[in-house]
Write a protein that binds this ligand. Sequence first.
Ligand code: ADE
Ligand code: ZN
Length: 377
Amino acid sequence: MITRRALLKSALIGSGSASLFPRTLLAAAASPTHLMQAFIQGLPKAELHLHIEGTLEPDMKFRMAKRNGLRLPYRSVEEMRASYQRIHDLQSFLEVYYEGTAVLKTEQDFYELTLAYLKKAASQNILYVEMFFDPQQHMRNGIAFETVIKGLTRGQKDGQKLWGIDSQLIMCFLRELTADSAMQTLEAALPYKEYLVGVGLDSDEKDNPPNKFSAVFKRAREEGLRVTVHCDLNQKDIHEHIRQAVEQLQVDRIDHGGNVIDSPELIKLVKDNGLYLTVCPGSSGTSIQDGKPVDVVRTMLNAGLNVTLNSDDPAYMSGNYLNETFINAQKRSQLSAVELVSLARNAFEASWISDHQKARYLTKLDTYANQWLPKMA
Ligand code: ADE
Ligand code: ZN
């Protein structure tokens, strides 16, 4: 028989991936909270909404700035972190986020960024990641597309070699830039199409509806790329943006999408199209209805929507990577162990991978769930 203690031990010490917890903590891990944390740590997971530039931690920013001869407007990591407190909405977040990307100059920078993230992800038992990147931001910083893609893909290759973690790239267009600029970026990317699984749409949503990018997304789909669109929470015209993303851009997935729960018609539209939502509770977990806060994850689950949990921009969100995201969401949305398994399952189901790869991950998840769920009841 597998004991609770043995389960804790296998999750905390890890099965092949780096341990996050010293063995001395094991003795203290007998409380329900610690058991839940150990369960989440060991749960095989996929991450589908992660901006690789959003994993640029302050210490790495300082190191790269020094190496690239750039001066940052902060004297220390602490001062930089404190500056993140000015983030209060999407626009103020984007200012801080783009300021950070200025230190990424060379192929080696993109390589190290990717490798550091994949190491962290593997340590959290993430088996598979789909990572967004924002080439237009780097190109306006004077970096060639080739430099970016070479660094990212070298990081992916080494991440897989070192820790067995699989990953794919989703190229995002910045929605405040023109549709022409997006099309030119797509053209620049096509010689590297083999390295991309899809395209997305992110950045400033205000007055930048999905429709603006109809032709680019049509072209991307014709090129065999999957498509997804950010529908950030509580944005101007958000319900119309969700509708356009589904009906006009014919998305394969929706990023965030928390305001779907405001409208029975949108719930139906999303369900009828079999769409999964990559919700990031750290940044889009609370919608406002009639002036009252509504928990997005709980409401989506109750409505029968296909939700996945994701971390978005962890370096800017109190260092909350996927484990922390699951742990926080479990408390906040009162998620049972069975629901956590089904959220993890949804992410593998929603992944843009072959049926064979999907089945391999789902077998791992089922094995884990069969071991743990009886103990978690
Ligand atoms: N760029 C990076 N993270 C983003 C987010 N969560 N929403 C929109 N654009 C982004
Ligand atoms: Zn995002």
